[in-house]
Design a protein around this ligand. Structure first.
Ligand SMILES: [Ca+2]
Ligand SMILES: [Ca+2]
Ligand SMILES: [Ca+2]
Ligand SMILES: [Ca+2]
Length: 496
């Protein structure tokens, strides 16, 4: 049906109706005519407004006569469960362009989700390229399913009206139609899990930088998106930042901020704290010769000397009668950070002289050492000598706790079996990585000197009362058995 041009000279409302009345034919045209729905934003969370521009596009091949659009009728449906038209003027004139609405012909049914409107070019000059027909003012409803932004507005016949374009040859064109692209109305942040969130580790043995730390298990999921992007920012102790996972975390406290983002830009953040302690760890096998048939499991206080530090650990020692020794393991002994250790030193406080291990290795992230501790040093001067004999005599013949002083074999008594440790190891001196040397062991000391040293209680060991604690008293002990008993004593540690 031809467009009644003569009617287009009357009033605007009448024109629109006249155009509408005649938009019923189809026309051949060289031009490609399209009407598209263009949202004002691609990401429109619930509660936000979105303008939908109804845009006419006319593309004409070079050399062809373009189609000239004079007016249009448009019929649309929208998803009324998710979208609402902002009334009363949900359909408005486009801010720019040739076309004007006929307001009285505009229909908006919020419940049904339908819109129809008519526009025309009041100048009748027409449009042959691109022009906006109108703008729909819409709003994504509050509290709707935020994954439901697909196909919110589309072209469809409404009440017998469908979208058509009135053109200048008096006919109409059924345009190509491009519905509203999917909107992202997702307003829910992804779920982000970083395990563990707190990491505290010692410096790796052999490293002076820090520690290798495994990347955490990071799981990010989203209510809408199948994949979620996760980025991290590592802030190293000292302040440097990086997106890369460091080969080693430096000594100190570093943080890693993990951010998960969905396609709508909602984010979830987890911050991981990674602390590398300013020490390394050593595990040490402790071997103490001297387990006998009556030996018990016993706790010994093992002190290590590592540079200027003296980490001490209570180590449970188990008698191994097959090898006549106690065996135990000191775990996780903190030692100063060093690239390597050529020698380490240990002592069984109150029982052994010090010993070194010069075969220290690295197992995993820890140093591994082994010490064989020779017993007999009761006063911690790192010597087995006449002073220890005197100290032994103070306890000799008494019932003793398994870890009691002078109870070298950890049975129930201090007796000749324990004396044998002093006798066998007599004149032993401790070994200490060369940074200090124990004094010379003494075979005799005057009672006067013992008192001057604060060891007056050892005077009771002067069994023959000659003013000396010496070999003759040892001989007397061996010949006659026990000596003084019951005196309390307090040993004075020398270098340990
Ligand atoms: Ca989401
Ligand atoms: Ca000693
Ligand atoms: Ca004993
Ligand atoms: Ca004597």
């Amino acid at each position: 049906m031809s467009l009644p041009f003569q009617n287009l000279t009357s009033t605007s409302a009448g024109l629109a109706l006249a155009v509408a009345a005649c938009l019923c034919g189809a026309a051949d045209a060289a031009s490609k005519v399209t009407v598209s729905l263009i949202p004002s934003a691609a990401i429109t969370p619930p509660g936000t407004e979105v303008d939908v521009t109804v845009r006419l596009g006319i593309e004409t091949p070079a050399g062809e006569t373009p189609t000239v659009a004079l007016g249009a009728q448009v019929a649309l449906r929208f998803d009324a469960a998710l979208l609402e038209a902002i009334l009363p003027n949900a359909v408005q004139n486009a801010p720019k362009g040739s076309f004007a609405l006929n307001p009285s012909s505009t229909t908006v049914d919020s419940a049904a989700g339908t819109i129809t409107f008519f526009v025309l070019d009041p100048t009748f000059a027409g449009v042959s390229t691109t022009a906006d027909l109108a703008v729909l003012r819409m709003r994504v409803k509050d509290g709707v399913d935020s994954c439901g932004g697909d196909g919110l507005v589309w072209f469809d016949a409404v009440g017998g009206i469908s979208t058509e374009i009135a053109v200048n040859n008096g006919t109409t064109v059924v345009p190509n139609l491009a519905d509203l692209p999917d909107l992202n109305i997702d307003d829910e942040a992804p779920s982000l899990s970083v395990v563990p969130t707190t990491v505290t580790v010692p410096t790796d043995a052999g490293s002076t930088v820090g520690a290798v730390v495994a990347e955490p298990t990071v799981v990010a999921t989203d209510n809408c998106d199948a994949t979620v992007s996760v980025v991290r920012v590592v802030t190293l102790a000292g302040g440097a930042t990086s997106s890369a996972w460091p080969a080693e975390f430096p000594i100190g406290a570093s943080t890693v901020e993990w951010t998960a983002s969905d396609e709508a830009g909602n984010t979830a953040v987890e911050t991981q704290t990674i602390t590398v302690e300013n020490h390394q760890l050593m595990d040490a096998v402790i071997l103490i010769p001297g387990a006998t048939r009556d030996s018990n499991i016993v706790d010994r206080s093992i002190r290590f000397k590592v540079r200027s530090t003296f980490p001490t650990q209570t180590v449970t020692m188990y008698p191994d009668l097959a090898s006549n020794r106690f065996e135990g393991l000191a775990m996780s002994v903190p030692v100063p950070v060093a690239a390597s250790y050529a020698c380490l030193c240990a002592k069984d406080l109150g029982f052994s002289v010090s010993a070194i291990d010069s075969t220290i290795g690295v197992v995993g992230t820890r140093y591994r050492a082994e010490f064989t501790l020779v017993q007999g040093d009761l006063n911690n001067d790192d010597l087995v000598d006449i002073v220890d004999f005197g100290a032994f005599l103070l306890r000799e013949g008494q019932a003793a706790a398994t870890d009691g002083q002078a109870n070298f074999n950890a049975d129930g008594w201090v007796n000749s079996a324990d004396f044998s440790f002093i006798a066998i190891n007599y004149f032993q001196t401790g070994l200490s990585c060369g940074d200090f040397t124990a004094g010379a062991p003494r075979s005799r000391m005057s009672i006067k000197e013992l008192r001057r040293m604060g060891l007056g209680e050892l005077a009771s060991g002067d069994l023959n009362r000659d003013g000396w604690l010496d070999q003759q008293d040892v001989q007397q002990y061996l010949g006659h058995g026990g000596a003084s008993a019951g005196a309390s004593e307090r040993m004075t540690p020398a270098r340990w």
